[in-house]
Design a protein around this ligand. Structure first.
Ligand SMILES: NC(=O)c1ccc[n+]([C@@H]2O[C@H](COP(=O)([O-])OP(=O)(O)OC[C@H]3O[C@@H](n4cnc5c(N)ncnc54)[C@H](O)[C@@H]3O)[C@@H](O)[C@H]2O)c1
Length: 328
């Protein structure tokens, strides 16, 4: 198949691009490099440095190729930054995304996979969420993603087309072939930051919040290995093309680890303790975010392969070491 992919110079888009290419598909990437890195773009992918709201250029790209589907990853992703710049998050994650998808559909590219987030759910005492759980974003980032989800659902009904919305939980780890991983030096992803501390790039890990109502007071998250997440995109695409049914799927493992669990597991791998300090809670964070994943497992027959915290941590550490050596 021929896939048009926005945000392919980013963490997740580049991994999915690699997997698609590994499986024999053709990938064309659109990315403005606003936060992405050209080095992550697979050599076998076609690459256009372009903003997703550039209607003219993207129309030309679509017209020149006969794409089977579009996967839309491009967006801004930092929760803390979204409090400082809510308008920018609305612009990138809603307005520009709307222009992009309308442009695709108007040019006959009508099979859509969209990257959404688990942070659209309303925090409840239940701690784990299925796709129908109540939505109430606790930060402008998640608000902009939910706003786009709502637009997309209305738009596809109107246009009588189908799409799959994937709500990612906490994506972590790196490509096991070390082709791609997180490169953002200002990342707020726990495992990335912990591995930066482990490799000496940061002095200490600040644990944001130790008074949550969880087993050890630190926040609990459902970490999904990026390679399992990437596979979900391929299975979702096959499902969508075969069934012509629109779906929303949670993407996680259905198991939560606390921040302290992650630190302990990392210390065990390293056989030493990384320096840690406890700081205040981060605005917009919730106590616990765990996926209910029976729907995705049943519908697309997804079988997680890398459901192992140690494996996630080791791949992140290897990646961190690799980019550290390359930067020297
Ligand atoms: N990383 C996670 O844990 C996580 C969790 C939930 C959802 N998501 C979603 O997954 C998607 C990808 O996230 P990621 O972690 O790979 O982020 P990332 O920042 O690594 O990648 C995003 C990419 O999109 C590009 N981009 C952004 N705005 C653009 C625009 N207007 N035009 C063209 N390119 C643009 C950036 O340059 C970057 O390469 C996002 O939509 C995000 O909301 C990520």
């Amino acid at each position: 198949m021929k896939i048009l992919l926005s945000g392919g110079a980013g963490y997740i888009g580049s991994q999915v691009s690699n997997l698609l290419i590994d499986a024999g598909h053709k990938v064309t990437i659109i990315d403005s490099l606003v936060t992405g890195n050209k080095k992550l773009v697979p050599k076998k992918a076609k690459f256009f440095r372009c903003d997703i709201s550039n209607i003219k250029k993207i129309k030309k790209i679509i017209k020149n190729d006969n794409f089977d589907a579009v996967m839309h990853f491009a967006g801004l992703i930092k929760v803390e930054e979204s409090f400082q710049k809510p308008k920018r998050y609305n612009l990138f994650n809603f307005k520009k995304s709307k222009i992009f998808i309308e442009n695709c559909v108007n040019n006959n590219l009508k099979t859509i996979i969209f990257s959404s987030t688990a942070s659209v759910y309303k925090e409840t005492s239940k701690k784990s969420y299925n796709e129908n759980s109540i939505k109430k974003p606790s930060n402008p980032y998640a608000k902009s993603k939910l706003k786009f989800e709502k637009f997309l659902n209305k738009f596809i009904k109107k246009k009588k087309i189908k799409c799959i919305i994937l709500r990612y939980f906490n994506v972590a780890g790196a490509d096991l072939k070390m082709r791609t991983g997180l490169v953002d030096k200002k990342s707020s992803h726990l495992i990335k930051v912990a591995c930066e501390v482990a490799t000496g790039k940061r002095k200490k890990l600040i644990i944001n919040g130790s008074n949550y109502k969880t087993k050890d007071g630190t926040a609990i998250r459902d970490f999904i290995h990026i390679m399992d997440l990437a596979k979900i995109h391929i299975l979702s695409l096959k499902y969508l093309i075969k069934t012509q049914k629109s779906e929303t799927f949670n993407c996680g493992y259905g198991k939560g680890y606390s921040v302290n669990d992650v630190v302990k597991a990392l210390n065990k791998i390293l056989k030493r303790k990384i320096p840690v300090v406890y700081g205040p809670r981060r605005k917009g964070d919730v106590a616990s975010l765990i996926a209910k994943v029976s729907k995705i497992k049943k519908k697309i027959n997804w079988k997680p392969k890398y459901n192992d915290l140690d494996l996630i941590l080791k791949s992140s550490l290897n990646w961190e070491n690799k980019i550290y050596k390359n930067s020297k």
